[in-house]
Unconditional design. Structure first.
Length: 165
């Protein structure tokens, strides 16, 4: 029996880390503030986990969204996709520059930034691929550090996109 030679693929992901909101650049702080405002209107009666998102478009508009749950769980929608889809429907020619995501739980304090779920990462990847420009992703918990990814590729390095279709 012969030995098969294998290689190892290492993927490095990098994020900017800020100690708190007050350390953010002004534009990022404003976008994050809009996502935190949107958290308050999330409809999350089942999970008690509220998420807000704010999308900055290249035309200067900021579109917000929040998670919308449903008793039939798969019928709900995450905040990131609510905001992205609304932005695309209202401003179809605009490109997404950045998205800020905030969370709040009624069960415990979230003291670390949380990243988008896999479905939202794939949706962000679609917009990034279409615009041919990176989308900044600003992530925050209820308190503590803020993480910023320069592109969705930081969180989805082997992403599937339209070039494979």
């Amino acid at each position: 029996m012969s030995k098969v030679k294998t290689q190892t693929l290492s993927i490095l992901t990098e994020f900017e880390v800020y100690a708190s909101e007050k350390d953010l650049p002004k534009a990022d702080a404003e976008l994050l503030m809009q996502s935190k405002k949107s958290v308050k209107d999330a409809y999350a009666p089942y999970s008690k986990f509220h998420v807000g998102a704010a999308v900055l478009l290249d035309n200067g508009k900021i579109i917000t969204g929040n998670n919308q749950e449903n008793a039939a769980y798969p019928s709900g929608l995450c905040a990131e996709r609510v905001a992205l889809f609304y932005a695309a429907s209202q401003f179809p020619k605009a490109k997404v520059v950045a998205i800020a995501i905030s969370v709040k739980s009624k069960k415990s304090i979230i003291a670390e930034p949380l990243a988008p779920c896999g479905s939202c990462r794939q949706a962000i990847a679609e917009y990034e691929t279409n615009s041919k420009k990176p989308i900044r992703i600003i992530m925050s918990g209820e308190k503590g550090k803020i993480y910023i990814a320069k592109s969705i590729e930081s969180m989805l390095p082997l992403m599937f996109n339209k070039k494979y279709l």
